[in-house]
Design a protein around this ligand. Structure first.
Ligand SMILES: Nc1ncnc2c1ncn2[C@@H]1O[C@H](COP(=O)(O)OP(=O)(O)O)[C@@H](O)[C@H]1O
Ligand SMILES: [Mg+2]
Length: 364
C-alpha cells in the first residue's frame, strides 16, 4: 500500500496567519493553542487544498486576512511514492489551484487528489442533524473517490434547481417538466446506486469503530431508498415515484422525488440516534462514520488516509477519547487540534506545535 501525507505547509495572509510555515510528521500532529489562536484556521487551510473550499462553508472573502486582498496556501505532500505540491491563490472573487505548479482548470480537479477526511464542530450534526448533513457526507466521500459520481451529483443539483425554479414560477409546460424529470431520474438512479454501495462498504467499518470507541454499542445504518440491485432498477423505481407525486409537485411547487430527499437512518442498539442518543454518543457515531469514511478512501486510492480532527475530545470521557485516537492513528496521518492537553497520553511518536499570534511553532 502507498502512503499519502502532508509534509509541510506555507500560509500567506490566510485568516489570522500573516506568513507562516510548518513541517509535519507523517503520523501524529498535535496543535495546541488558546481559543481563537488559529487551530481551526490551519485545518481549514489543509481542507481547502483537498476539497477546494472551506469545511465551514465560508465565502472566500472571509478566508482572506482582514486588510489583505488575497491569500495563498502551499502544501507539500507525499503520495504514490513521490513528493508533490498543491497550492491555491485566491482573492474574494478569483481562485487558482495548482498541482506541482501546473494550474488546474478548476477547483473540481483537486477533489480526490488527497484522501482527506475532516471532523470539525459542523460535523457534530452528521449523525443527528438534518438529513442534508448525511447527504453531504455521502456526496463528499463519493466525489473524492469517483469522478462519475462527482459529475452526476453536480448535474443533478443543477437540473433540480432548474426544475424547482420552473415549478415555483407556476411553469406548466408538461413536456418541459417531463424532460427535466427524465434527466433527474437518469442521474438520480446512478446516484442512489452509488450511495448504497458506499453505505454497504461503510457499515462494517463504522460499526467496528463505534463498538471500539464506546466499548460495545451496536451501530446500524440504513439508506432511506429501497435497496435495489442495479442503477437501472433505481431509475425505474424513481420514475414510478415521480409519477406518483406529479399532482403534489404542482401544488407544492418543487420536485418531490429523488436522492435530494433521501436520508440515512442511524441507530445505536436499535434506537434512533436522533431521538435517543446523548451528546457524547452522537459525537461518537459521527466520528465512527468519519473513520469508516477515511478507510473507504484508503481502499479506493490504495493509499494512507489523512484525518483533520478539530477539538474532537470535548464531551467524550477519557476512555472514549483514548480508544478513539487508537482507532484513528494507524494507517492515517492525523492532525489534532486541541484547546488543552488531554488527560490521557498522546503517542510518543508525534510532532507537537503551539499556535499563537498567527504563528505555528514546533514543540517536540
Ligand atoms: N479573515 C481573517 N483575517 C484575520 N483574522 C481572522 C480572519 N478570519 C478569522 N480570523 C481570526 O481567527 C481567529 C479564530 O481562529 P480559529 O482557528 O477558529 O481559532 P481556534 O484556535 O480556537 O480554532 C479569530 O480570532 C478570528 O478573529
Ligand atoms: Mg477551533
Amino acid at each position: 500500500m502507498g502512503m499519502a501525507y502532508f509534509t509541510g505547509i506555507n500560509l500567506d495572509a490566510f485568516r489570522n496567519f500573516t506568513r507562516t510555515a510548518a513541517s509535519f510528521h507523517p503520523g501524529c500532529n498535535v496543535f495546541c493553542g488558546k481559543n481563537g489562536a488559529g487551530k481551526t484556521n490551519l485545518l481549514e487551510a489543509l481542507y481547502f487544498l483537498s476539497l477546494g473550499k472551506s469545511q465551514r462553508h465560508s465565502p472566500l472573502k472571509d478566508l482572506v486576512m482582514h486588510s489583505k486582498t488575497q491569500f495563498s496556501i502551499k502544501a507539500e505532500y507525499f503520495a504514490s511514492g513521490a513528493a508533490h505540491e498543491a497550492a491555491a491563490t485566491c482573492s474574494e472573487t478569483e481562485r487558482s489551484f495548482f498541482l506541482d505548479k501546473n494550474r488546474l482548470p478548476s477547483a473540481a480537479d483537486l477533489v480526490g487528489v488527497l484522501p482527506v477526511v475532516s471532523f470539525a464542530s459542523e460535523d457534530l450534526l452528521l449523525a443527528a442533524g438534518l438529513p442534508a448533513e448525511r447527504r453531504r457526507f455521502m456526496n463528499i466521500l463519493l466525489s473524492q473517490s469517483d469522478k462519475i459520481y462527482f459529475l452526476c451529483i453536480r448535474q443533478y443539483n443543477k437540473t433540480l434547481q432548474q426544475r424547482n425554479a420552473y415549478l415555483k414560477n407556476n411553469g406548466s409546460n408538461a413536456r418541459y417538466l417531463a424532460v427535466l424529470r427524465d434527466l433527474l431520474v437518469e442521474l438520480g438512479g446512478e446516484i442512489r446506486f452509488k450511495q448504497q454501495g458506499l453505505i454497504e462498504n461503510l457499515i462494517p467499518q463504522a460499526r467496528a469503530a463505534l463498538t471500539r470507541i464506546s466499548g460495545g454499542e451496536k451501530l446500524d445504518i440504513e439508506h432511506s431508498a429501497a435497496a435495489l440491485a442495479t442503477a437501472g432498477e433505481h431509475r425505474k423505481r424513481m420514475a414510478e415515484e415521480s409519477l406518483q407525486c406529479q399532482a403534489r409537485e404542482t401544488a407544492l411547487k418543487k420536485s418531490l422525488f429523488g436522492p435530494h430527499r433521501d436520508d440515512l437512518r442511524i441507530s445505536i442498539n436499535g434506537r434512533d440516534v436522533r431521538r435517543f442518543a446523548s451528546a457524547g454518543q452522537i459525537r461518537s457515531v459521527s466520528l465512527a462514520l468519519k473513520l469508516a469514511g477515511v478507510r473507504y478512501l484508503r481502499e479506493k486510492q490504495d493509499s494512507g488516509g489523512i484525518l483533520l480532527l478539530d477539538d474532537i475530545f470535548s464531551e467524550l470521557d477519557d476512555e472514549r477519547s483514548e480508544r478513539l485516537l487508537e482507532c484513528a492513528l494507524p494507517e492515517n496521518q492525523v492532525f489534532l487540534a486541541l484547546p488543552k492537553c488531554p488527560a490521557f497520553a498522546l503517542p510518543q511518536d508525534r510532532a507537537e506545535f503551539n499556535i499563537a499570534a498567527g504563528a505555528i511553532r514546533p514543540l517536540v
